[in-house]
Design a protein around this ligand. Structure first.
Ligand code: ASP
Ligand code: MG
Length: 454
């Protein structure tokens, strides 16, 4: 059971977690928790302040957040647990202060020190949650996740070493679980082989939960957050967006890119390999089932599951007559994006041109410079991607016609269908995305007798 930052943001949130964990205690859960909401951002900002030379401002900047922890501790802990937590908090405060001083004192890269600083977010939330659970007669046992999850030394977005992580996690957790205890660990944080603190990238607590669940062969990985599962569309655009009861891993992976922030495909990988269901539930509405993500074969067939979208997309088109019948052209193009570490999302090609979409275009000027050696380059900024997601899209007749006739008066480009069997993706003008998403949602989800929805 993983609880996100908003699920432990204040005293009431901790109380909800206690209720939820109590209700599941017979399933012998392992608890993974994020830092209190906004605390990781604040820690990162304080590292920045320290790097700018202001170490004392960097540590005092965090006082409000320490206070949030104290508030929870004083409302929910008895005297003994409260003073233990107070000691842990004071220790964290002085260690962070020292780290900020070293960051300020040296001008060298501080990725490793930054990881040490941000790790206190999860160290404190997990220490506090374990105490609160114990106070409520649950057999919670705090563990330092850095002893369980082993990574490479890519600070800030370290990659877990699976075999090593499995060995250590099992060795530490299995005896505890066997003895009826409930392990509680911070997400996001890990350590390299040499023992340096690392972090798994923003939002990495989900990854920690999936890894832990996979190595323990859990029955289910539960992601407790502040939305009721994955929705059929962005609720800011579509008021009637609703929870999707079941998704396949592939569908969920496609949706993740579109800011269905809920689960990153990388995060799910351990669950996919272990074929472990991942459930996304809402801490504020614990009795609703949320969305469960399963293997392809376990999901009930329904052609269209969601209408996702993303704005801020840039389209790059490269045209060259030399491309006709030539080989190596695509490679030459992609090498350029590679060198500039720029992610390409959609790709479409004709005999003499290639179009592709980027959502992070900061390296674009340099890229264009190099692409010009291959052909003429055209750029279209302010585009949006819409992605219609569902298992069986490719094999169901009439879907594309239905999609495009619904938005027949809106100009679309870069249509991509079939690269994965679960999505139909296309590009349109940013200004038209709201209208298009609303209409598609209405067409596929709001008309009762619609033939495409099971
Ligand atoms: N606390 C970390 C972050 O904010 C990890 C997480 O919340 O999953 O990115
Ligand atoms: Mg989070």
């Amino acid at each position: 059971m993983k609880f996100g930052g908003t699920s432990v943001e204040d005293t009431c949130a901790f109380q909800r977690v206690v209720q939820i964990v109590s209700a599941h205690k017979d399933m012998r859960p392992v608890i993974v928790v994020s830092a209190m909401s906004r605390f990781t951002d604040a820690l990162l900002q304080s590292v920045q302040m320290a790097a700018d030379g202001n170490a004392s401002a960097a540590s005092s900047w965090l006082e409000d957040h320490y206070e949030r922890h104290e508030d929870v501790a004083s409302s929910l802990l008895g005297a003994v647990e409260a003073s233990l937590f107070e000691a842990a908090l004071n220790k964290a405060r002085s260690e962070i202060r020292e780290l900020c001083v070293s960051i300020a004192a040296h001008s060298m890269p501080h990725a490793a020190l930054q990881d040490s600083v941000v790790s206190y977010g999860e160290q404190l939330s997990s220490t506090l949650l374990a105490a609160v659970l114990r106070e409520n007669n649950l057999p919670a046992h705090y563990l330092d996740a850095r002893r369980l999850i082993v990574t490479d030394d890519e600070h800030g977005r370290a990659a877990p070493l699976f075999a090593e992580t499995m060995r250590r996690t099992r060795a530490e957790l299995e005896p505890l679980i066997e003895a009826g205890e409930m392990p509680v660990l911070g997400g996001f944080i890990a350590a390299s082989r040499s023992g340096a603190t690392t972090t798994l990238g923003r939002g990495g607590s989900d990854y920690s939960a999936a890894l832990t669940g996979a190595v323990l062969q859990a029955r289910e990985i539960q992601i407790w957050t502040d939305v009721t599962g994955v929705l059929t569309a962005d609720p800011r655009l579509v008021e009637s967006a609703r929870t999707i009861p079941q998704l396949s891993y592939r569908e969920a992976a496609e949706l993740a890119y579109f800011g269905a922030k809920v689960l990153h495909p990388k995060t799910m990988q351990p669950a996919v390999e272990g074929r472990i269901p991942v459930r996304v539930s809402n801490t504020r509405q614990p009795s609703e089932a949320g969305t469960v993500i399963l293997t392809e074969t376990a999901v009930s067939p329904s052609t269209v599951k969601a209408i996702a979208h993303k704005t801020g997309i840039t389209i790059v088109q490269i045209t060259s007559a030399r491309m006709l019948g030539a080989y190596g052209f695509l490679r030459a193009i992609f090498e350029i994006f590679d060198r500039h570490r720029t992610v390409v999302d959609i790709v479409t090609t004709s005999e003499v041109s290639v179009s592709l979409s980027l959502d992070e275009a900061s390296a674009l000027p340099a890229i264009i410079e190099e692409l010009r050696q291959l052909g003429t380059v055209e750029i279209e900024p302010r585009r949006a991607i819409i992605c219609v997601v569902g298992e069986g899209l490719r094999s169901t007749p009439g879907i594309a016609a239905h999609v495009f006739s619904t938005i027949r008066d809106i100009n679309v480009s870069l249509i991509s269908l079939g690269a994965s069997s679960v999505n139909l993706t296309f590009v349109l003008d940013e200004e038209q995305v709201r209208e298009a998403v609303m209409r598609l949602h209405a067409a596929f989800f709001e008309r009762a007798a619609d033939v495409y929805v099971s």
